[in-house]
Design a protein around this ligand. Structure first.
Ligand code: G6Q
Length: 532
């Protein structure tokens, strides 16, 4: 039996899950409940009256967090203890120190490992500040193209989109991630390459898509008679195949204790964010993330710890109420790419089927994460969320104030008020449902959701929001006792893709020494060939 299933609270929670709180009962889902079921810190408030929990369930969820020693594990993580491992089997066997990348402010972590990591991060940040300020002075580059994929793209993209309203004038940012050549071609053809900086971002320095796209981008520069060396910088691991002074104007580093999906506050996010917003605004993002790191670690009352409470509610929905998916619905256009980042963060971290001892888990772990911003989503898939056969717990995110403050009263209310009204209305409608004799107009209700509210989406808040989700995911992994920090599941596809690539190479007369016959792959290629 896994450790998780040995916790006394798990047994109790399984019993309680037989009869979860009924949100359709107007007596129990009332203003008192809304006023009782929330947790907040100085910057956020998490409202969860619309989750199927009562005090008894919450008490047992808190016991679960105690049995799982979540704070010891959070302390171990932030101190650089080796947590990324599977006991007794070959695994990455590393520390997990993304929090050290932003520990530049008060109350710094005192462990030697964390301090050493922060010191290294500081060097990179100083290099970044000098590079960005020099470019601002001389306006050499106004366009930035980031070449990177997965963790070397998604988070940076989500955050730069979220902060677009603060972009320096004239700056444009583009991402080339897909090995589809149209991605690079469309970017290269849309900007003046003589004013363009390209940042290749790859921790390993060996990712097929990134190496290919870098070569493609260099080719586009050469075609215009420009020397790529004067335009390319790199973010990579020290000693990686890309760590080559001959190829780049400047090299920035990251380390093996920073997982790709946890790398936004390293140079991976630092380069694009500082290029677009300026270094000082980027530092505010770090400050916000650091604030949430301290909150997650030091707020030892689980009822006051936002990421922990969110983690526990998520475990209740997933492992005990058996909901398979979670929709992230920001009522914030700026967070248009945020769900895509959280999809990787959560699913690559907690999409695991063995525990840390290598045993198959006998309970459900990470859910399917997806989402789009509201209100647009209401006009798209919300039909299914209200009346479909699969209940989908929702995490709403919204802010009291808009970013631009450029709003208009139309028919008695501001657009921002209409936005917030819609979000609260959805949360209430999903919870309450609506009885109607016409089955087509009947809403079953009891569809859980929670609302994370912030004051305004500025750099500090964005950094804190990022870290809130990083810690929610980490707390869940600690409780399930799975390794949230590796990603072996993506390897097999990569191996087969390389074998397929060799089939294409062979057809071009360029057979590699590792060539393997892949009969099924051959069959696919024949389909391609037969297309007229
Ligand atoms: C993230 C994953 C993965 C990784 C990419 C890019 O946690 O490890 O998405 O970020 O495969 O890897 P490189 O940065 O090494 O190119």
């Amino acid at each position: 039996m896994t450790i998780f299933n040995q916790y006394a609270s798990v047994n109790e929670l399984r019993k309680l899950a037989q009869k979860p709180f009924d949100l359709t009962n107007p007596q129990s889902f009332n203003p008192d409940r809304v006023n009782q079921f929330f947790v907040d810190n100085e910057h956020f408030r998490l409202l969860f009256a619309t989750e199927q929990v009562d005090d008894n369930v919450l008490d047992h969820l808190i016991k679960l967090s105690e049995e799982a020693n979540v704070f010891d594990k959070m302390q171990a993580m932030q101190s650089g203890e080796v947590l990324n491992f599977i006991e007794g089997f070959e695994s990455e066997n590393r520390s997990v120190l993304h929090t050290a990348m932003r520990d530049f402010f008060e109350d710094q972590n005192q462990s030697e490992k964390a301090k050493a990591a922060t010191k290294e991060a500081l060097v990179e940040n100083q290099k970044l500040e000098a590079f960005i300020k020099d470019n601002e002075e001389h306006e050499k580059f106004i366009h930035l193209v980031v070449v990177g994929i997965g963790g070397s793209e998604l988070g940076a993209k989500a955050l730069t989109v979220a902060m677009q309203h603060l972009n320096k004038p004239n700056r444009t940012l583009h991402f080339v991630s897909n090995v589809d050549p149209d991605n690079a071609a469309s970017v290269a053809q849309s900007i003046d390459l003589s004013k363009t900086l390209v940042a290749s971002i790859s921790k390993s320095g060996g990712t097929l898509e990134t190496l290919t796209n870098e070569a493609l981008m260099r080719h586009h520069f050469e075609k215009k008679g420009l020397d790529p060396k004067g335009h390319f910088i790199v973010v990579t691991g020290k000693g990686s195949p890309l760590d080559d002074p001959e190829r780049y104007l400047e090299r920035f580093y990251m380390w093996d204790f920073i997982g790709g999906r946890y790398s936004v506050t390293s140079m991976v996010g630092g380069i694009p964010l500082a290029f677009c917003l300026g270094y000082d605004q980027y530092k505010e993002i770090l400050r916000g993330a650091n604030y949430m790191d301290k909150h997650a670690l030091n707020t030892r009352d689980p009822k006051k710890n936002l990421p922990l409470m969110s983690a526990l509610l998520g475990i209740w929905n997933r492992t005990f109420l058996n909901h398979h998916t979670v929709a992230i619905i920001p009522y914030s256009q700026a967070l248009g790419r945020f769900a895509a980042h959280l999809q990787q963060l959560d699913m690559e971290s907690n999409g695991k089927r063995i525990d840390k001892k290598g045993n198959a888990v006998d309970f459900d772990t990470g859910p399917i994460i997806w989402g789009e911003p509201g209100t647009n989503a209401q006009h798209s898939f919300f039909q299914m969320l209200h009346q479909g056969t699969t209940p989908v717990p929702i995490e709403f995110i919204s802010f009291k104030e808009s970013q631009y403050g450029d709003d208009l009263e139309v028919q008695g209310t501001l657009s921002h008020e209409k936005l917030l009204s819609n979000m609260f209305a959805q949360s209430m409608a999903l919870a309450n449902g609506h009885k109607n004799d016409n089955p087509n107009k009947n809403f079953p209700g009891n569809r859980p959701s929670r609302v994370l509210l912030g004051k305004k989406l500025d750099p500090f808040t964005l950094g804190a929001l990022l870290a809130y989700y990083e810690h929610k995911v980490a707390f869940q992994g600690f409780i399930w006792n799975i390794n949230s920090f590796d990603q072996e599941g993506v390897q097999l596809g990569k191996v087969l893709a390389n074998q397929m690539i060799d089939l294409f190479a062979k057809k071009r007369g360029k057979e590699s020494k590792d060539y393997k016959d892949v009969p099924v792959g051959d069959a696919y290629l024949k389909h391609l060939e037969s297309l007229k």
